[in-house]
Write a new protein. Structure first.
Length: 61
C-alpha cells in the first residue's frame, strides 16, 4: 500500500480533484485539459499550460 504524506491544505488550488492530496490524479486532470481554460488553470490566466504544471508540482505530495 503506498504511503502518502499529510493532506494538502484545505482549498489548495492544485488539488484539482479535492481529495486532499496533490498527486498524479491532479496532474492527469491538468494534462487532460491542456491548452484550454477551466480545470487545471491553477493560476487563473485562462489557459492550462506549463505555468500551471509548475504550481502543481510545487504543491506535490
Amino acid at each position: 500500500m503506498p504511503v502518502q504524506g499529510p493532506a494538502a491544505p484545505a482549498g489548495n488550488p492544485a488539488d484539482l480533484n479535492s481529495d486532499g492530496f496533490v498527486n498524479a490524479a491532479d496532474l492527469a486532470m491538468l494534462l487532460g485539459n491542456w491548452g484550454n481554460a477551466g480545470v487545471g488553470d491553477i493560476n487563473g490566466d485562462s489557459v492550462v499550460n506549463a505555468a500551471d504544471v509548475t504550481i502543481l508540482l510545487g504543491a506535490w505530495q
